[in-house]
Write a protein that binds this ligand. Structure first.
Ligand SMILES: [Zn+2]
Length: 268
């Protein structure tokens, strides 16, 4: 088995691993999003609750003022009843009227604040309903993440074990190159050669779509690397491989194409 074939086995396992992990990561991202939204609703609710507390304290102050005016008006009324002269009576009456006006202003202010407070209370209720809903959603997301984690755990361990065995069969320099390419190119670390036009011997790199010389294709079919330890695309640097089906179709003497014409040898 060629070095490329050995690497390809590792690459296939890596693709499975990243596929499994990406499903888990999607669930994790969804959970994070739900948690973030829940926190936002809660902090909005807390801010409004603090505002409400302030308004209620202000309203209570105005109510306190009203009570003090009531007490003074009550005292003045008693004094009016005991007034000895009309002039004295009128003086008390003027004072009562002044206090009544001030009491009215305090009452108006208190009512305005209460109306605002009622509005804030409604907002808090709405946010609490949202919190409940979002908490449920967040729980669903957390369960889903947990479930996916459990679902893939065994398979992940299995694949990791398989990978260790396959890696052991790859020569160290080739493995080092592969690891570096995965770090830089991710899923494009290894790319298949694609057949563009067989008659004119046009082949491209499946990663960057740049032309691959026919000599390179032949070497890959024979299982010998055109360069050591593996064949790389001269454009993007990926490790090139040839899919079994492509290789079989390209084998000299194989029938292919329209009308079952004999395929020309690729020998050059
Ligand atoms: Zn390429």
């Amino acid at each position: 088995m060629s070095v490329t074939e050995r690497l390809l086995r590792v690459f296939r396992v890596d693709q499975q691993l990243s596929g499994l992990q990406s499903r888990l990561r999607a669930a994790e991202r969804f959970l994070e999003e739900q948690t973030k939204q829940l926190d936002q609703i809660k902090s909005k609710r807390d801010a409004i609750a603090a505002q409400l507390k302030l308004l209620q304290a202000q309203a209570a102050n105005h109510e306190g003022e009203m009570a003090r005016f009531d007490a003074r008006i009550e005292t003045l009324r008693e004094q009016m009843n005991q007034a000895k002269t009309n002039k004295e009576y009128k003086a008390f009456l003027t004072e009562v009227n002044t206090f009544k006006v001030e009491r009215g202003a305090a009452e108006t202010a208190a009512l305005e604040l209460m109306t605002k407070a009622d509005d804030l209370k409604k907002q808090i209720e709405a946010l609490e309903a949202q919190t409940q809903e979002r908490t449920k959603l967040r729980q669903v997301a957390a369960d889903d993440r947990q479930k996916r984690d459990e679902e893939i755990r065994d398979r992940l361990n299995e694949l990791k074990g398989e990978r260790d065995k396959l890696v052991a069969e790859v020569p160290a320099p080739a493995m080092a190159l592969y690891t570096e390419l995965v770090r830089v190119h991710g899923d494009d670390a290894m790319c298949p050669v694609e057949e563009l036009d067989r008659k004119s011997h046009e082949y491209t790199c499946g990663g960057c779509q740049m032309a691959v010389p026919v000599e390179t294709v032949n070497a890959l079919i024979k299982g010998t690397a055109a360069q050591a330890p593996v064949t790389r695309c001269v454009s993007c640097g990926c490790i090139l491989f040839i899919e079994k089906e492509t290789a079989e179709r390209l084998q000299p003497g194989n029938k292919g194409g329209k009308g079952g014409k004999k395929q020309k040898s690729l020998e050059v």
